[in-house]
Design a protein around this ligand. Sequence first.
Ligand code: 13P
Length: 336
Amino acid sequence: MSELNKIVLKIISNGKGILAADESNGTMTKRLEAVNVKSTAENRLSFREILFSSDGMRDCIGGVILFDETINQISSSGKSIPDLISSSGVVPGIKVDTGAKDLANSPKEKITEGLDGLRDRLKKYYDLGARFTKWRGVYSIGEKYPSDLAISSNAHALARYSALAQESGMVPIVEPEVLMDGTHSAEICLSKTSEVIKRCFEELILHKVDLSGIILKPNMILAGNQSKDKISNEEVSVKTLECLKNSVPNEVPGIAFLSGGQSEIEATENLNLINKNNNTNFIMTYSYGRALQQNALKVWSNDIENVVATQTTFNHRAKMCTLAAQGKWSSELENK
Ligand code: 13P
């Protein structure tokens, strides 16, 4: 077993999942202002440190994705943030892309940037304690989208990033996110997501990426958020499994879904059904941002000194997601 494969399994085995706490300062500011908390470096750290030192962290989370600001911060106990995370047996990770920018010659689409100087940045993050990384490519669905140009340029960037991350001794999370915004059907989401993922793997193979040392982070197959033809959670799980079975090579050990704007319960229920119906060899778990933190953030914003209430809320959500990652969740457990 390679070192990279060992890191993957440490992060996602036994129902453990990933806490995506890598919101950029811009995104975190939106999240904090939505609950009337001022977005200062101190407040951003304070909320995150409460989650990082919770029981849910130790019991349910295998890896945390950090943003550059956070990986360089010192916790109130004096430990660095990566040390605080590792002390719970959790693997620290880092988002290394520098964001999605307008794609030249297709300005309604995005290309993710951050390859320049990446080898040096990866070395710095490894020295700070990171053992896995994340890069997100983002695609919209529309009449002409995603275009071949967006599909191929983002796949190329994801593959170059992945090769560099593995060269630095870190596991790349490969995240091609097909957005749920729009009026499209789930069938269209299935065909577009399958095309995007297949192209990513063609590039990863071309760039000689060790597929046993990556984690794929895809969207689930959903109808667009403005579609009139919503599908059931059961159908979401069936279509998501169909997509992954047909597009992901067998060597990939695990898949960790993003929540992408689903509610906490919806993201939990869908993951549970995916695991109940899982007819693949892939580990299927979560790498949620909003679907793990939304309620905890609301509770914290009511009283930012109330660590216990914030952690209780987060612990519950993390426990529900970890049960779902084993197909053992049920709605009755939500109210216990
Ligand atoms: P959400 O689960 O909120 O979609 O965030 C996951 C993530 O890391 C997006 O890049």
